[in-house]
Ligand binder design. Structure first.
Ligand SMILES: [Zn+2]
Length: 316
């Protein structure tokens, strides 16, 4: 891995903060830049310098936001200064600036390119896998704890294709560490990313929650169109979201999916009913909190008991 001094990094404008604790997860990003065919070392170094300049000069950050950067050619570079030394030490973490709320507890890896419609090239993938395995081993992070940026923010990042490869990444990282993951551990996410053009029961449940929150007018129809986009954006503005962009992702779901108790009525309870029916869940817990919502949305946690007979859905 190339240290900051090797790829020509500038000195940070002030010393990066170092926390006396281990990070608990890894967040995978894409840079949303060009998918360059230049896989050379000089190209990797140029890319890292470009990101650092953007983060320091445009965003006003003290240094690169991410802890590590991987080029399309598979060259791995230190991002924020001291990240590599602290990783090797395995006890402390450099505070990053890659995802608000996650910058101390999660290591951020920027992968060069845009992976909305294409897969990352093999050299990048192999280096990402090896880098994640090394980070997991140094910090004692479970290979199931690899997530995409969208799991915590309202963002497309790291692109549908790379995001869709995270279960494979978890499995392959586990393999490198001599471990095996259950299907649930490998496939979990925090929240689904919903966006314009989506349709179905998850959208309808989101619409019920938006109406419950007072930002959707009219009846839910399971279609994420202009009306729903507007309702999501309004909800995000009301909740002072960092990303008020109409994408319903990991930043806004925790606020939208409010706690529902057994016997309660209204749109939030209707959303629970709808999802329970959709998932053929036998009995919904009395308190529907975030982990239960995530199970109902099909993204995480242990599998919910599935009814033998769909008519056995709890009446609530
Ligand atoms: Zn990102």
């Amino acid at each position: 891995m190339a240290r900051c001094s090797e790829w020509g990094a500038r000195r940070p404008s002030s010393p990066p903060k170092i926390w006396d604790r281990r990070p608990i997860r890894i967040l995978v990003h894409h840079t949303a830049g060009a998918n360059t065919p230049d896989f050379s070392v000089p190209a990797a170094h140029r890319m890292a310098r470009g990101i650092q300049a953007f983060h320091m000069d445009r965003n006003g950050w003290l240094d690169s936001g991410q802890h590590f950067t991987i080029s399309r050619g598979g060259h791995v570079l230190e991002g924020r200064l001291y990240s590599l030394g602290e990783l090797n030490g395995g006890r402390r973490v450099v505070e990053g600036a890659h995802s608000p709320g996650q910058n101390i507890i999660a290591i951020g890896i920027e992968n060069e390119g845009t992976y909305i419609g294409v897969d990352p090239p093999a050299p990048l993938w192999n280096s990402l896998r090896a880098t994640c395995a090394y980070i997991c081993s140094r910090y004692g992070i479970a290979p199931s704890e690899l997530y995409g940026h969208r799991d915590y923010r309202n963002t497309i990042c790291p692109g549908d294709r790379l995001y869709g490869m995270l279960p494979r990444l978890r499995n392959e990282v586990a393999g490198l560490l001599g471990r095996r993951l259950s299907r649930t551990e490998a496939t979990k996410a925090t929240w689904p990313l919903l966006r314009e053009g989506d349709s179905g029961p998850l959208v309808e449940a989101a619409q019920l929650l938006l109406r419950d929150a007072g930002t959707l007018r009219g009846d839910p129809d399971g279609r994420y169109d202009d009306r729903t986009l507007g309702a999501v954006t309004e909800f995000q503005v009301l909740h002072r979201a960092e990303d008020a962009n109409g994408l319903l992702g990991g930043e806004s779901w925790p606020e939208l999916a409010r706690t529902v108790r057994a016997g309660s009525e209204g749109d939030a309870a209707r959303a629970v009913e709808l999802l329970a029916r959709h998932r053929k869940v036998e009995s919904v817990p009395d308190v529907v909190d975030h982990p239960v919502w995530q199970k109902l949305l099909g993204t995480g946690g242990a599998p919910v008991p599935v009814a033998q007979d769909p008519s056995g859905v709890a009446d609530r």
